[in-house]
Design a protein around this ligand. Sequence first.
Ligand code: FES
Length: 153
Amino acid sequence: MDVLTTAILEAVRNQEQPTKTVLSSLLAIQDAMGYIPKQSMEVVASEVPDTTVNDVWSVASFYPNFKFEPRSECTVEICWGPTCHIAGAMGIFDEALNLLGLQSEGKTSDGSVELDFNTCLGACAQAPVISVNHHLIGRVTKNSLKDAIEKSN
Ligand code: FES
């Protein structure tokens, strides 16, 4: 068994809850590795009873937050949920695209920063909200967005 497959298997088997589901296993893999390598589908299918590789792909492909390629060193999430939208998220969103030289979600040309949109980062009272390397920043402005990206990169 190769090193990557061993790491995936460990992530699945080391879950704390007694019942391991396809979803909990995929979350455990993404938490442990930052993304879900393609080999995960077979590992999860073999570890979760009565589950096929197709079952695992069905769950994995349903949730947009699952990533199937290694993440950039710096990840930036812009919330564009309803509360953040009302609080000016579109201006933050446009500024992030401008600062990173992107047309939409994805990685910068050098691969160092990855931008994602999120439908709610769970801190609506602090809208507009972004996350930089999983650190939430509320009441973000164009200036604080620029500072946060520069400091993290
Ligand atoms: S809508 Fe943006 S944090 Fe909830």
